[in-house]
Design a binder for this molecule. Sequence first.
Ligand code: GLN
Length: 570
Amino acid sequence: MCPTSDILNDVASKSAQSELYTPVPPCYKLGQCKYVVVLGTVISGLGKGIFSSSAAKLLKDKGFRVSPIKLEGYLNIDSGTLNPYRHGEVFVLDDGMETDMDLGTYERMLDQNLSSLSFITSGQIFTSVLEKERRGRYQGRDVQMIPHVTGEVKLRLRELAMATSADIVFVEIGGTVGDVENSFLIEAVRELALEEGPNSTCFVSLTYILEPQALGEQKSKAAQLGLRSLMALGIQPHIIACRGKSPATDTVKQKISIYANVPMERVFSMHDTQSIYYVPAMIRENKIDTEILKLLNLQDRVNHDLERNQWENWCNFTQKIVSPQKEIDIAITGKYITVRDSYASILKAIEHCGAHLHTKFNLNWIDTTEVTNQNVAEKLKGMHGVIVPGGFGIRGTEGKIACIQYARENKLPYLGLCYGFQMAVIEFARNVCKLHGAGSTEIDPKCEHPVIDRLPSQYDLKGLGGNMRLGGHDIELVPGTLAAKLYNGTTARLRFRHRYEVHPKYIQQLTENGMIFSGKAPGEPIMQILELADHPFFMGTQAHPEFTSRPLNPDPLFCHFAQAAILHRG
Ligand code: GLN
């Protein structure tokens, strides 16, 4: 049995005088877990998460237990308060952690639920170091960036390894080599490699190959200098992924190989593709998965039968992305229409349905600040379905309601996600129940009929961070409804992120007028799924089913909506 006390095991030294500080969780043995560390040079936004999740998927398919972790340099405790315009969507884990959108990529690629152990920010690290300092845990030492702050980072990586019994932890370091924010994170993984011993850590650097239009050829200098900066920090990359629009030429790869001290077979081109779901094939064709295993000395533990099966399943899925048989137009209303990343999981959920239904879904973004009852027919012309996704605040809400009314009255398939569920309730209350002053107290605190109102749990909150109704919650499905049929049972589990709900006092009136609440929170009057009869497809959910849609297991609400859109086109 491992001791459960919170006293840290410091395997290198029990003395406060020593400069060696290697905190490990109870029962952890150095070298027992392997680490693949993914860093980026030259520019940010290279797709480190896409590489890391794809490589992790390939190794999982060979029979290894993999656990990804993202280290973010910013000081926020989580991503919950970040503006999706700047940072992309806030992804919500089952345990309620609000994270960077890359965690969504990991969950989808690995078909694996993650926990808050897989998401670290500098804010979290500094908070725990300062808490430990106040509790006297550093035994009179001056607390320093090295070894204490870096020690905390290593501890968190090892805690994840222990908690998930991982064979391989995939560590993605946010930002770019050279940033001030992530410099101590990079230092921490350098120390980690030393402490874990030979063949324990594999460093992968993504880099960017410039191709200036005026020159018409690829230039590797920025990549070389970026890689040199990494080496100056004491990290010798083992594998280099060359990002760029077109495949990296041999000349470029050779220059990078020489300059960065990496053999040619470990320098590969990870150029842009139509879908991120092709990246595993790219890694595999270049045998980078095998190179990682060789570097970690794991090549003898591959389960070849499992790998063959898994790869066949994956290829069945990816082939269907490229060969769609039809095209369907979906309208999606959105406040953040200029930043597609704000809706990353929705785009992926639609892509998953597209592959399963052999269909290409074109998403048409509608700025609802410009939509009125008068022009809505024009704005939605030619559309085969409408999605109103999650959102906050007043902007564009009347336009959303106009779109929903049009979809309801004209039998256009409709899917409402969180805010889109709430807007559908308001529309129905106003136009079917004839509650003319119906609204949400989020938009108008004094509205005559607050059919959407703050959850009681949200009345007395202080501050903003991490205090919505968050994470995975069970949904009790009403037998005989479409929701029960789609989720094939009496309960479903979806993820939530909201402060408002259907006001319980209006439930009866809405129901008597024909709104079916087909999914509810067990034991609480929180309505979680709605549907309408006499409509080809009109559903909304207070949840975010896009967060749990997986490539080989797409979300049923999305899929049924997509099917209805296909039927609507005829
Ligand atoms: N603003 C709404 C609420 O807080 C909806 C949130 C969302 O769409 N995620 O309840």
